[in-house]
Design a protein around this ligand. Structure first.
Ligand code: GDP
Length: 407
C-alpha cells in the first residue's frame, strides 16, 4: 500500500475490540491530497458510505507535512456531518508537540491525538477516546493464565517449590504437544486466577556432573524465561547468592520479564539473618532492584502461599499502561537536569517501554537513565518489572523538517 499519497484503495472493514468495547473500523482508503483538480465533494461522495455508517470519524493526517487547503476543507466538511470527529496526527514521533498544537488545532477539530501508527504510540489514548460511548460487551469465556517460570541453580529447590505451588492445589498437569521435545505445563487455579507453570518437565531434568547440571540450569532458565511472563528466581539461603545466580537472574532481566526473587530453605536459617541476607541479594543483584525479595521454605510450604498474590502484582505491573496525559503531567513536574525532555509516551508493555523525546540525540548516560526510571517508578509503581527507556533526540529525528524546510 506504500507511503505515497494518492494511492486509492477499496474500503476496508475490520472488527476491533478495545477495553471490552466492540466496534467496527472502516478505512475509507486513500484520499488524493496533492491532486490539482481535487474536489472535496468527490472525496466525500467516495467515502459517503463509510460516513453514513460511522458513529465516529477519525481524520488522519501526516504530522510531518504542513496543513494544506485540502485538509482544511475536508475538516470543515467532516465537522458539518454532525458526527463526532477526532483528528489523529500520524508520525507524531518526529514532530515536536508545540508544532502539533499550533498547526493542527487550527483545523477546528477539538480532539487532537498525536499518534505513531508504525510504533503503536498514542493509539491507546485515541482508542479510549473514540470508543468512550460504546457499552462493554462481555468477554467470551477465553480465560487467560499468567505464565510463570521457576528458574535457578541446581538444588536450590525449584522442583520442591513447584510441588508446593501446584501440589496442594491439585494441579492438572497436562502434556502439551511439544515441538522439539515434550514440554509439560502445570495449570493451577488459585482464587480467581489461573496460573501456568511453564515447561515443568525441564525442572526435573538433571544432568550427571555438577558442571553439566549447572550448564543445563542456564540453558533451561533461558528457555523458560522466553515462555513466561513472570519469573521466579530461586536462591538458596544456605549457600548465599553466587555468580551463577547472578547469571541466571541477568537473563530474566535482559528478557524484560517480571521477576520475584525467592530465597528458599529459609527454615534452616536463623530468622535474625533476614536483613543481612536481603542486603546480600541487593548487592549481588543490583540490576534488579525492582524485584521483590521473599523468604520461604518450599519444603515446609512456609511463605509459599503469599507468592500467588505477588505473582499477580508483578504481572499487573508489567502490563500497566500509563496514558500520554498522565505522562505529560509527570514530565511537567519532573526535575531532570541532564537534557530537556519534551514528552514521554509508553510504547508497549511486558516490559513497560517508554519513548522519551528530548532535545538531544543519542542515549542517555546510564546514571541519568536510571535516575529517570526511578522517578517513573516513584510516580507509577512498576513493582517487579524492568522498565525500558528509549531516547529520541528531536534534532536528528526531525532532520530537515524544521519549519522553513517543510514541504
Ligand atoms: P532443584 O534442583 O532446584 O529442583 O532442587 P530440588 O527441589 O530438587 O531440591 C534440592 C534439595 O533441597 C532437596 O533435597 C530438597 O529436599 C531440598 N529443599 C528444597 N526446598 C527446601 C526448603 O525449603 N528447605 C530445606 N531445608 N530444604 C529444601
Amino acid at each position: 500500500m506504500g507511503d505515497e499519497p494518492g494511492i486509492t484503495r477499496d474500503r476496508i472493514y475490520g472488527q476491533a475490540r478495545y477495553d471490552g468495547r466492540q466496534f467496527e473500523v472502516i478505512d475509507t482508503g486513500g484520499i488524493v491530497v496533492n491532486e490539482s483538480e481535487y474536489i472535496p465533494a468527490q472525496i466525500l461522495k467516495q467515502a459517503k458510505v463509510a460516513f453514513d455508517h460511522a458513529a465516529h470519524i477519525i481524520f488522519l493526517v501526516d504530522g510531518r507535512g504542513e496543513i494544506t487547503g485540502t485538509d482544511r476543507d475536508l475538516a470543515q466538511m467532516l465537522l458539518r456531518l454532525g458526527k463526532p470527529v477526532t483528528l489523529a496526527v500520524n508520525k507524531a514521533d518526529t514532530v515536536a508537540r508545540e508544532d502539533l498544537a499550533h498547526e493542527f488545532y487550527g483545523l477546528g477539530i477539538r480532539d487532537v491525538f498525536p499518534v505513531s501508527a508504525e510504533h503503536g504510540m498514542g493509539i491507546d489514548d485515541l482508542l479510549a477516546h473514540v470508543t468512550q460511548g460504546i457499552a462493554e460487551t462481555p468477554v467470551e469465556e477465553t480465560e487467560t493464565s499468567i505464565k510463570v517460570a521457576i528458574i535457578g541453580r541446581p538444588n536450590v529447590g525449584k522442583s520442591t517449590l513447584l510441588n508446593a505451588l501446584t501440589g496442594e492445589e491439585r494441579a492438572i498437569v497436562s502434556p502439551i504437544a511439544g515441538t522439539t521435545r515434550d514440554a509439560v505445563d502445570a495449570h493451577v487455579r488459585h482464587g480467581e486466577t489461573n496460573y501456568v507453570f511453564v515447561d515443568t518437565a525441564g525442572i526435573r531434568r538433571k544432568g550427571k556432573t555438577k558442571e553439566m547440571t549447572e550448564k543445563l540450569s542456564v540453558v533451561m532458565a533461558r528457555r523458560h524465561i522466553r515462555l513466561a511472563e513472570v519469573v521466579l528466581v530461586v536462591l538458596d539461603a544456605t549457600e548465599g547468592v553466587l555468580g551463577l545466580d547472578a547469571t541466571i537472574a541477568g537473563y530474566a532481566h535482559e528478557g524484560g520479564r517480571a521477576v520475584i526473587l525467592c530465597v528458599n530453605k529459609w527454615d534452616t536459617i536463623d530468622k535474625g539473618k533476614k536483613r543481612g541476607f536481603e542486603q546480600q541479594v541487593r548487592d549481588q543483584l543490583k540490576f534488579m532492584d525492582y524485584a521483590p525479595v521473599v523468604f520461604l521454605a518450599a519444603k515446609t510450604g512456609a511463605g509459599v502461599d503469599g507468592l500467588y498474590k505477588l505473582i499477580r502484582e508483578v504481572h499487573a505491573s508489567a502490563g500497566q499502561r500509563i496514558s500520554t496525559g498522565e505522562l505529560n503531567r509527570f514530565v511537567e513536574a519532573l526535575h531532570f537536569e541532564e537534557r530537556k525532555i519534551y514528552y514521554i509516551t509508553q510504547a508497549s508493555v511486558h516490559p513497560p517501554t517508554f519513548v522519551v523525546f528530548t532535545d538531544r540525540a543519542g542515549p542517555m548516560h546510564f546514571s541519568h537513565e536510571r535516575h529517570l526510571v526511578n522517578q517513573i517508578r516513584r510516580r507509577f509503581g512498576f513493582k517487579g518489572t524492568p522498565v525500558v527507556l528509549k531516547t529520541r533526540g528531536k534534532k536528528t529525528t526531525r532532520g530537515m523538517q524544521t519549519k522553513g524546510a517543510r514541504r
